[in-house]
Write a protein that binds this ligand. Structure first.
Ligand code: FAD
Length: 462
């Protein structure tokens, strides 16, 4: 019998922590898990899931417009923000219940409290000031939005944490930051009828994504009425008597809007966590530094998910947790595989992507061939929509392997998820070419792109 209260104590009841805690408990381990806010974590409570519900809500305005070309007469429409938020909250509460139930039915002990490290094997449960000991401790505290308060009036801005619970729909909004969260919310709010201004420090939205896709989405967003302002920063935010915000921008202009949201990235959630008391090393960004088995420099203190700042995505946190279970409790050392992670941006239109961008592939390989197409999806013919779909396949000339696929358009995320299996298996362009098309579909373009569009040699487009 272990001298500790628990075999595993998990700090953080989000995607990674709940998975590790539930599975360890199902293996008969004595598990404790502390959550300071709500079980389910960022993804379920104020991330992926409610965001996707917002995306669905926002798409109806376009569906209503498209309907006319197909002979439908849609009467007057109106979006009821309060009703949507209430329905969304009900669904989130249901999911939260499932997360708790999964832990409880497997025998994990739940602590509804903030927990901090007290020493290498001890955790303090703040709610009742109790100290418990554990053989292993898992840090799964996730990340938190960066919130710049040093901009004058920064306290008057919100982050993605608050956007899900606003009492009223903002009539107008400035979003600072054009990473995926900023871009997704710009599209969501615009779809719901909010006047959106998206400001970014750089030249182009979505740093790290393929340049052609970035440019095409930028154009679509502008076409939908979103003001995208490159090379722009917030310099000051002030309140106004009517509850609005008066925003000063680095380009010298001033805007009065209902809300300002900062979407400038997320930082690992380790502040005040007591890592130093356990002797755990962190990186410059506060992330817990881990080895290939998610072990910190103190081998029985483990960390998975956003708090390690490897790849900040839910399936990655869950995968890291499952690998940790294999390594720690099943005697089968397993490292998480971070290669070829399919990713979506739930913008409108949507992005689905896997593998290298053209720029990355151009540097990684001597020569690559790019197959590119831009077309109007079939639905757009009758609806009259101007929206274009973009697809791009990047192939390493030497091996014929498909090293990157990038799609902009309806259901791009769904397409990429299915395609990811083939790419992970090492599919070649010849494999794509001998795959039968499914007609009529947009995805059939992926297997009928026979003619190269351009090549990249030595990093240069030729
Ligand atoms: P989290 O899910 O953040 O869980 C950490 C938990 O720890 C939280 O519940 C927190 O309250 C708790 N906690 C923190 N400190 C303590 C403490 N000291 N004591 C007790 N509890 C503590 N990912 C995708 O894959 N797809 C998407 O579409 C997507 N969309 C997103 C949209 C938004 C707006 C945001 C913000 C994120 C999105 N993500 C998405 C990212 C995804 O939510 C995270 O990658 C994922 O939740 C990480 O899981 P985690 O277990 O590491 O941390």
């Amino acid at each position: 019998m272990s001298k500790h209260d628990f075999d595993l104590f998990v700090i953080g009841g989000g995607s990674g922590g709940v998975r590790a805690g539930r599975v360890a408990a199902s293996l008969g381990k004595r598990v404790g898990i502390a959550e300071e806010y709500r079980f389910g974590g960022t993804c379920v409570i104020r991330g992926c899931v409610p965001k996707k519900l917002f995306v669905y809500a926002s798409q109806f305005s376009e569906h209503f417009r498209d309907a006319a070309g197909f002979g439908w007469e849609v009467g007057a429409t109106r979006f009821d923000w309060a009703k949507f938020i209430a329905n969304k909250d009900k669904e989130i509460a249901r999911l939260e219940g499932l997360y708790r139930k999964g832990l409880e039915t497997n025998g994990a002990q739940i602590f509804e409290s903030r927990a901090v490290l007290e020493g290498p094997h001890t955790v303090r449960i703040l709610k009742n000031d109790r100290v418990v000991s554990a053989e292993r401790i898992l840090i799964a505290t996730g990340g938190a939005p960066r919130h710049l308060r040093d901009v004058e009036g920064g306290d008057l801005t919100i982050t993605s944490n608050e956007i899900f619970h606003l009492e009223r729909q903002p009539e107008s909004m400035v979003i600072d930051g054009a990473g995926y969260i900023g871009v997704e919310f710009a599209c969501i709010l615009a779809g719901l009828g909010t006047k959106v201004t998206l400001i970014l420090r750089g030249e182009q939205i979505l740093r790290g994504f393929d340049d052609d896709i970035r440019a095409a989405l930028h154009n679509e967003m502008v076409r939908k009425g979103i003001d995208v302002l490159p090379h722009t920063r917030l310099t000051k935010v002030a309140g106004s008597p009517n509850g609005n915000r008066v925003v000063s921008l680095s380009n010298g202009s001033t805007l009065e809007v209902s809300q300002v949201m900062q979407a400038i990235g997320r930082l690992p959630n380790t502040e005040g966590l007591g890592l130093e008391k356990a002797g755990v090393h962190t990186g410059m960004d506060g992330s817990v530094l881990v080895d290939q088995y998610s072990r910190s420099n103190v081998p029985h203190v483990l960390a998975v998910g956003d708090v390690t700042n490897r790849v900040q995505l839910t399936p990655v946190a869950i995968h890291e947790a499952m690998c940790l279970i294999e390594t720690e409790f099943r005697g089968n050392p397993t490292s998480p595989d971070h290669e070829l992670i399919p990713t979506a941006v739930f913008s409108q239109p949507e992005i689905g992507t896997i593998g290298m961008t053209e720029a990355q592939a151009g540097l990684a390989y001597d020569a690559v061939t790019v197959f590119f197409t831009k077309f109007r999806p079939m639905k757009g013919t009758l609806s009259g929509s101007e929206e274009r779909m973009v697809m791009k396949i990047i192939v390493d000339d030497a091996s014929d392997r498909v090293v990157g696929v990038h799609i902009l358009g309806p259901d791009a995320g769904e397409m990429i998820q299915a395609l990811a299996i083939a790419i992970k298996m090492g599919a070649t362009k010849a494999d794509f070419d001998r795959t039968m098309a499914l007609h009529p579909s947009a995805a059939e373009e992926l297997v009928t792109l026979y003619t190269p569009s351009w090549r990249v040699k030595g990093g240069e487009k030729v």
